[in-house]
Write a protein that binds this ligand. Structure first.
Ligand code: HMG
Ligand code: MG
Length: 306
């Protein structure tokens, strides 16, 4: 199949990347990261989440971060809202500080749904339905994240039928596009393609995003496997930040730098300036006191120094 000629990346670093960090990261640093990502050419940024601060303390400054970002025209800013309380908090600010898109997040695994959002898959859909309706009424886009679409830390391998079931439920409540997420990074290309296939029964390829964690080093091949199916929207974290607090042992998202390096090498446009993106990853890594977790970043910085 002909590969897409252009790919849009969603940098989820400020949210998925930082949510698992035990050390406090100031709102100022998070805002600084968002600014560097938009300046590097990212057109979609997942900024924060409006979840319980008892569950995810790192995201407690959500409103402050949304207030502090100087928005760039043409960039879509998204936030996670698991329930009406989160949605109401996300729109408590003046309209210009509202997110462009909210994300409801469910799982293809019952056990993960319980651990992550404290309810069953069916209950989660009941909670999401009014959130989706309220968001769409206000002209805010709605994305549905589907976790554990190939494997679950509690249930093991996940059958594609479970992914199809969740996708159907998401579609039924008015979710406009979905993420096929390999939350713990155990997927391999054929399994990821099967999860995508199950999703394609309910959503158009233009409404699907790939979200791959790199725990087993499979995220780039999984990206390629999804590209071969025509998927052109992918989520990644600058500097490979991240992990989910409810998926023990899972490492970060694939590094945005590595995905951009691969795509540009294949002649696929992203609109992203890799050098500036590398600098954004260095900025957040320095704030965290570590090296960027990206091979392309390391190689290019070594060459720069050379
Ligand atoms: P719950 O305890 O079932 O909810 O949590 P509750 O309605 O019974 O409320 C309990 C307390 O939380 C109450 O406060 C509520 O006010 C408060 P208390 O009376 O005890 O002081 N509360 C909230 N506070 C702020 N914002 C809210 C909110 N809702 C309730 N929105 C809930 C349910 C979903 C809130 C909870 O389980 C939670 O916050 N979970 C966090 C989930 C999370 O953020 N996980 C990480 C993101 S998902 C992910 O990383 C995967 C993804 O990247 C894709 C992938 O890789 O798979 C997206
Ligand atoms: Mg994730």
């Amino acid at each position: 199949m002909k590969l897409p000629t252009r790919v849009q990346l969603v940098d989820v670093g400020p949210r998925d990347g930082l949510q698992n960090e035990k050390q406090p990261v100031s709102a100022e640093i998070k805002i600084g990261l968002v600014h560097r990502l938009q300046d590097a050419g990212l057109k979609e940024i997942e900024v924060t989440s409006f979840v319980s601060p008892k569950w995810v303390p790192q995201m407690a400054d959500n409103a402050e971060v949304m207030h502090g970002i100087a928005r760039k025209p043409g960039v879509l800013y998204s936030v996670l809202t698991p329930n009406m309380k989160g949605f109401e908090a996300a729109i408590a600010a003046p309209r210009e500080e509202w997110p462009d898109e909210i994300v409801v997040f469910g799982a293809a695994s019952e056990a993960f749904s319980q651990k992550n959002i404290n309810c069953s898959i069916a209950e989660s859909i009941e909670r999401f339905a009014p959130v989706v309706e309220a968001a769409r009424e206000k002209g805010i886009h709605v994305r549905g994240a589907m976790s554990c679409t190939v494997g679950c830390p509690y249930e093991g391998e996940i059958a594609p039928a479970k992914v199809g079931y969740l996708a159907q439920l998401m579609k039924g409540i008015g979710v406009q596009r979905v993420d096929v997420a390999d939350t713990i990074g155990v997927g391999t290309p054929r399994k990821v393609q099967a999860a995508m296939e199950a999703t394609l029964a309910h959503f158009d390829v233009d409404a699907i995003s790939g979200h791959f964690h790199d725990t087993y080093g499979q995220a780039l091949v999984n990206t390629l496997a999804a590209l071969e199916m025509g998927v052109w929207n992918f989520q990644s974290s600058s500097a490979g930040l991240g992990g989910c607090p409810y998926a023990k042992g899972a490492t970060g998202n694939v590094a945005t730098e590595d995905v951009v390096y691969m795509l540009h090498g294949m002649g696929i446009e992203t609109g992203i300036d890799l050098d500036r993106l590398i600098d954004a990853g260095v900025y957040i890594s320095q704030a965290l006191g570590r090296e960027p977790n990206s091979r392309a970043s390391k190689a290019i910085r070594t060459k720069r120094a050379g």
